[in-house]
Ligand binder design. Sequence first.
Ligand SMILES: [Zn+2]
Length: 350
Amino acid sequence: MAEPVVFPFTSIVGQDDMKRGLLLNVIDPGIGGVLIKGEKGTAKSTAVRSLDRVLPMHEAVKGCPFRCQHGRPERYCPYCRERMERGEALEPEMVRMKVVDLPLSATEDRVSGTLDIERVLKAGEKRFEPGVLAAANGNILYIDEVNLLDDHLVDLILDSAAMGVNYVEREGVSFTHPARFVLVGTMNPEEGDLRPQLLDRFGLSVDVRGERDPKLRAEVVRRRVAFDSDPEAYAAKCQKELDALAERLEGAIALHPSVEAGDDAVDMVVSVMAHFGVDGHRADITLLKAAKANAALEGRSKVDKGDIRRTAELVLSHRLKRRPFEERALDREELEACLGNLRRRSRSPP
Ligand SMILES: [Zn+2]
């Protein structure tokens, strides 16, 4: 059966922060995922699912059930290591990154996979039945309504995302495989919030609102109606735009390792975080990573103030205490003033 046609990513009107948050994580999965919060009907799921069409290719070990990253033996799964020790040459295979869904009904066994203990005891052979975390390796793991998922499962997934491995143990027997993925969660805050301890373990967060500008609203409706009346024809018209975005992402990924963040960029990051009273270093590191990925997305090899301006809210919004009656956790004018003061304070350019 053919896959259903999804509304094209490039046709989503506005919602720049949401789109940027997703793209930055594709460029650097080390940013730590993105949590997208918004009411029903704000294109959250559409954006995540439609990302599939523009995701990049990468080199995996051919025949590996976890699609281990080829050429990184220190991260290989037990099967690849075994093959390597036998002196087998591991061939590369190009695979495309994809969006893997985690159903809310998933059990812990389904998420982490299971060890066949009988087999271990009888044949002395480790047999692992891969779960969702195995499928997620090298991909995007998508949890819709993440606030409704069992806390202990969210914990387990966040741990795995942070360590880049999935560790399963049963009756003293263990199995470890790589589980490097970008965690994307969407939720409607009206249906309950996520525990604060889980919130700030997402690298970025975005609050999505429906467009208020009548012109943009009209454009949202026009595009949606055109798509619904003939999805295939509509998607065909968007091919070029989608190909261009896929190419841009590929270029950004290639450029990313050489993007420089100078002392001035680090100073800006630290000052912004100190100004907004964010504790710990995790947020600083995340902001610097997000700013680097943003520079790569814009095709630049050096982080500038604009990169920090564009990513600060994504990093800060779920880490700041929201004051009552404030729509945004982060006051944009305050951020602007903070970045402006820095310029005046910094040494004059050579
Ligand atoms: Zn492997």
